[in-house]
Each structure stands twice: as structure tokens, then as C-alpha cells.
Design a protein. Sequence first.
Length: 399
Amino acid sequence: MLRKIVAAVAAITVFAVAAAHAETPGVTEQEIKIGATFPFSGPASSLSNVGKGLIAYVNSINDRGGINGRKINLITYDDAYSPPKTVEQTRKLIESDEVAFLFSPLGTPGIGATIKYVNARKVPHLFAVSGATKFANFSEFPMTTTGLPSYTTEGLIYAKYIAKARPNAKIAILYQNDDLGRDFVSAFKSYLKDDFDKKVVASSYEVSEPTIDSHVVSLKSSGAEALLFAGTPKFAAQAIKKADEIGWKPLFLINVVSTSVASTIVPAGPEKAVGIVAATFLKDPGDKKWADDPGMKWYRAHFAKYLPGADIGDANYLYGTQQGQILEQVLKQCGNDLSRESIVKQARSIRGLSLPTLIPGIMVNTGSDNSMAYTQLQLQRWTGSSWEQFGEVLGAGQK
């Protein structure tokens, strides 16, 4: 009798697991299908190396046998950093490809155009590559988690730094005219309060503009002594080159998204970027201080095998690799329960995940009150050959 009961319980368990698989599109005993969009072409194409880094790490997972016996079938499409294209490709991933979930789609404009649709379809929308603060609002977007520190957190850190370094400076903000750029402006308004209108001059640009040179010239004429650029690498490089060309030497800050040496600093001219300040949460692959670091040794070996011929100095590949490691962690935590409910739950239950290429002291932590992978940043300054970190690891709440 006992044997029959045990057999019956086992049969029910197997049936329940099989049913969970059947209920989740894209999940079989052999694979799990995951989708993402990246700007492989268009004005932000340099950021697509995040996608290439993710693809390479997924290949390494599959070479190791997958996760819990399943290979990852990662389907990626080019959205050209164009919201209508993002909508089209996201619908294709969900309705035609029937992916189990979306992971690491990149681009604030495209995510803004698709986030309501994805959440309405109740498809997990994990570690989207944007720091737009509203995307991390769990009550409004319960299927979404984000893969960058919020632009509000980053903006507050910059506002505090400028206030300390140049307390009386007039501040210029050159920003991308979407949620990315506007969050930085809002952060400065929040910090400066009534002094914002007296101290700040802001100029927005569209990603469709071929050059932002005229914006830089106009901001210099305002008499600003500090400049924050908030946008993507192509335009960050233009801003650095133009400021140097016209002899403007403000306290110059750029946002995390634009700190890649290969995508921003080299096109601008490394010597023209000397003294620029930015925040980061990544180790710089080109910094000699990490030469003997075990995490960077692992990364260099991984890079040589899975990204041969690519530029290891491009931090977008490194960030994409970290995204892959977060994906691996989520799926490991899910075990055999790959229901969409479980996938979201585990994405919001990552505790103290220390990745080999993160700045020491920064870890991935998500929870019931936090949809962001990262909430801490470290300031750094460009020396002419590498980024040099200074100060302490910071969060938005620190003074």
C-alpha cells in the first residue's frame, strides 16, 4: 500500500512539472527559448555589443551543457534603436517565436514603447538595459526588472559631486530627449530645488540629429563651468571632440552608458577626454590595475574563446557578459519550475550576487522593494589611458 502511495505521489509530481512546462511557451525538456532586441544598426549601434556579449556568454553556458539540463535558445533581433521597430520585433518574439520570456532588451526609447504591451501579455521582461526610473516601478510594471542603475540615482550622484567640486558653478546639461535624458534633468531638479533655474542651462537633442556640435557651442556661450552629457556613445564622443575643438574646459561628466573606451573615448580621442568624470560599476578591461585580478583573468580567457577578434576594451561586451551571468543565476534559482510566475519571482530574489567583473563592493541585489540589478556606483576619472576610480562606492541616498 505504501509503495502505491509513493508511486502515486511521484506520478502527480511528474505530471505537475510536465504541466508547468506545457503552460510556459518556449519551454521543453531540452531547451528554453528567450528573446531580446538590440540596436545592431542605427544611431546607437555601438551599444549592440552588449547583445554580442550576452550571446557569447549564452554560448558558453550551452557548451557547458546548459542549465538544469536545458540549452538556451536565445533569439535576438535588430530594432535599429527605433521604437516602431522595437514594437514590431517584440511582438514577433512573443507572438510568433513564443519565447518563454524577454531578457536584456536594450534601449530606453524601445523599452518605453513596448513595456506596457509586454506586461499586459504577462511575459517576464527581465533586466531590460535601461536606467529609466519609471521602468523599475513594480506596481505599474510587475513583469519588468532593469539591468542598469537608475538614471535618477546616477544623476543625483553627479549633482552632489558637482556641488562639492564646484559649489558655485553654472551647470550645463546636454541630454537625449527621452526618458534617459529627462531622468538626469529631473535628478538635478530634485537636488538643487529652487536653485535649479538659476544654476542650470539644459539643451536636448534627438537621436536622429547627425551631430550635436551646435548644442555644445551654445552651452559654452552660456558661461557654464560644469557640463553633464547624458546620452549614447556616438553623441558623447561628438561632445568631447567639439568641446576640445572650441577650447571649452568645463568640469565634464558623462553618463555610465557612454563610458566605453572603445565606443566613446577612442572615437573622441583619448587625449581630448582627459579629466572627464563618470560613474561605473564595471572593472575597466584596459586598466593595468586589474591585470592580476582573478575576475579579469577569467574574463580575458572567456573573451579570447567566445569573442575572438572583438575589442576587449569595449566595456559593452563586458556588461553583456554580466547580463548573461545574471540570466544564468535566475535560471539556476528557478530549478525545474519554469512557470512565468517563478521566473519573475526568482529575478526579484537575487541576493548578494558578486560577479567577477564588478567593482569591488558592488553586488546584484533584487527584492520585493527593488526591481533594479544595481543600486550602487563608483566615480572614476579618465587619465588619458584608463579610467581611475576615486572615492567610495555610492548610492543615491549617500551625501
